[in-house]
Design a protein around this ligand. Structure first.
Ligand code: CA
Length: 222
């Protein structure tokens, strides 16, 4: 569990990220201006900050510069629609630890957060998930089934990761959509069903059970 400060002025994105982080066991706090971001970042102990660049009162880069200038070492992940190379370079030179462009997938943001938190604490989580004879290595981005390495496309990998974080638990299409495809995906799309089909072919059809009208469940009794 980490205390994470979300600096974001778009309510939809702020709530999407905040809900996702809470579901992942973190303690998120949302602020929507640069001034509040600085107040929080410099006075409260956050483990990590997610920082938007286009804020109503100041630029996120200025927030970062003042934070670093005041000696704050809190890891910062910049999350912004401004995806140009120049901005990336400016962000990283300005003391950001990572950079993500909107639109983004929640699983990817979560993976980057985990990586930053792990770099900070070097704690016990080795980045490997195991469920029965399925093994997923988050750093190497590899999956093996009963010791055999299986090639997965990036969305298949993220979908399997979502399942492996919640074995034997039913995950709805909406949950899977927001975790793997992002907040701006059409909720009526059948992309989840299509990818569950791909995944079944690669890891074994019996492992992912359809729960009628609800979603899917990764079974540990395949
Ligand atoms: Ca903004």
């Amino acid at each position: 569990m980490a205390n994470i400060l979300i600096v974001e002025d778009e309510p939809g994105i702020a709530s999407f990220v905040s809900k996702g982080l809470r579901a992942a066991g973190h303690q998120p706090t949302v602020v929507d201006t640069g001034r509040e971001a600085l107040n929080h970042a410099l006075t409260d102990g956050y483990d990590l900050m997610i920082l938007d660049i286009g804020l109503p009162d100041m630029n996120g880069f200025d927030v970062l510069e003042r934070m670093r200038g005041s000696g704050s070492k809190t890891p910062v992940i910049i999350l912004t629609a401004r995806a140009s190379v120049d901005d990336t370079v400016a962000g990283l030179e300005g003391g950001a630890d990572d950079y993500m462009a909107k639109p983004f997938r929640f699983e990817e943001l979560l993976a980057r957060i985990r990586l930053r938190l792990r770099t900070e604490t070097s704690s016990g989580d080795l980045g490997v998930l195991s469920v029965g004879d399925l093994t997923l290595d988050l750093r190497a981005r590899t999956v093996s089934v009963a010791g055999e390495v299986v090639d997965l496309a990036s969305r298949e990998f993220e979908l399997l990761e979502a399942f492996m974080r919640h074995p034997d638990q039913v995950l709805s299409r909406e949950q899977l959509l927001s975790r793997v495809w992002g907040y701006d995906f059409d909720p009526d799309s059948n992309v989840v069903d299509v990818y569950v089909g791909y995944l079944r072919k690669k890891v074994g059809a019996g492992r992912i059970v359809t729960v009628w009208r609800v979603g899917y469940r990764l079974t540990t009794r395949a």
